[in-house]
Design a protein around this ligand. Sequence first.
Ligand SMILES: Nc1ncnc2c1ncn2[C@@H]1O[C@H](COP(=O)(O)OP(=O)(O)O)[C@@H](O)[C@H]1O
Ligand SMILES: O=C(CO)[C@@H](O)[C@H](O)COP(=O)(O)O
Length: 477
Amino acid sequence: MAAPDGPLVIGVDSSTQSTKALVVDSATGSVVARGQAPHVVTAEHDSDPEQWWTALTDALEQCGPAAGEAAAIAVAGQQHGLVTLDASGRPVRNALLWNDTRSAPQRARLIDELGGPGAWAERVGSVPPASFTVTKWAWLREHEPAAADATRAVRLPHDYLTGKLTGQEVRGGTTDRGDASGSGWWSTATESYDEEILAHVGLDPALLPRVLAAGEAAGTTRAGLPLPEGILVAAGTGDNMAGALGLGLVPGRPALSLGTSGTVYAVSERRPTDASGIVAGFADAWRGWLPLACTLNCTQAVDRIATLLGLDREAVAPGGEAVVLPFLDGERTPDLPYASGLVHGLRHDTSGGQLLQAAYDGAVFALLRALESVLDDDADPGEPIVLIGGGARGTAWRETVRRLSGRAVRVPVADELVALGAAAQAAGLLLGREPAAVAREWDTTAGPAFEPVERDDAALARLAATLTDADALLRRR
Ligand SMILES: Nc1ncnc2c1ncn2[C@@H]1O[C@H](COP(=O)(O)OP(=O)(O)O)[C@@H](O)[C@H]1O
Ligand SMILES: O=C(CO)[C@@H](O)[C@H](O)COP(=O)(O)O
């Protein structure tokens, strides 16, 4: 390893499918070492938090001696997951993940019981979908009361891992405002836990972690890790908030992430309160806001359809009039938690490649429909969409976004923007600086820019019409 220009920091992305760790030179943003280890997710969208921890330590070990020289670390995690711990810090059960829709009935009841969509949007910034932690806790209370009663600490995925690093799994646990804003029990209006919502779902606020202020540390590393003991542990945040940090986003610049989830977001100085439920009104990982729309079916759904067709994921073909709504896991945007996948418009001459292209179109369509809603009204439509996540490496994904958006697209060369955002947060803590400003200095968005092409309005119209016409089918339980 060549001598770095500044202290080394580590950024971790513990997302749905895997944990990635980057060791980064805090002066330049250069990645000096990296590691990655997979997660197992059950068919019910459960995941064992202890295997996230094993994956994190594996990924750190893959980083080799560089990890042993780091001066600070931060963990970004998949949002919303319900982690329930006993008094010794062991999971009471597997975590219920963001893409598990089993709490849809509890979610519908919660919205009704606490004043309807408008009241929720005003209070917590979002109309909670079944992804949000509050709906999962309501499900657990109803279906597994013994597990709820045995719970001594409730954590989000990144809180759990941060606690494992500091040794404060149960007592002294922390979170940040970005990830807290996806729980459904943290009010973006008051920037504090909403005790009425917590009482309504029977959750003692003492079980929740303390929400750190911008720039506050979670603690320092405990002994016995593949890291030096006593280095700074930053607050960490949700993976989308870390993506925004990693890109050094400023208002008006949209990011589109193609991973297990599809997300489209921007940062804003205005607190979002979208009563339609399309936009989740998250806080960002500093002092601003992160309006975001999320789909449950993105890269994995399209890969699954490619496998069913016996095609490589890049084997798309143009033309044809088929429509695929790839809602294999139910859907959140549009709000159809009970939906399954739907194919319409097949003809004798429809090819497999055209059907696969239609699946890409269906996955990208909902995200692009939400694009204007996550941007401030005065945003410049000429700003390129910045494409990140595993799918950003795929030509078919990129070309679908270009064709259905009609906008310019930029694909950063840096391929792990969430882990890089966590590294920027660790560097910001170490250097006493705002993390997004650190990432801008690192020039993390550098990469090829693709010019706008004419928008395919015919494909968009077919998708919109199919969605409307199939409404009853897509709502059927
Ligand atoms: N070269 C590629 N082309 C297209 N898609 C890719 C490529 N490499 C990885 N992917 C997709 O990226 C996804 C993983 O993305 P990632 O952002 O790491 O997911 P997550 O953060 O949800 O765990 C996989 O489901 C896979 O479909
Ligand atoms: O639920 C959301 C955002 O609200 C998801 O974006 C999760 O945060 C999971 O992210 P990935 O694993 O797909 O990156």
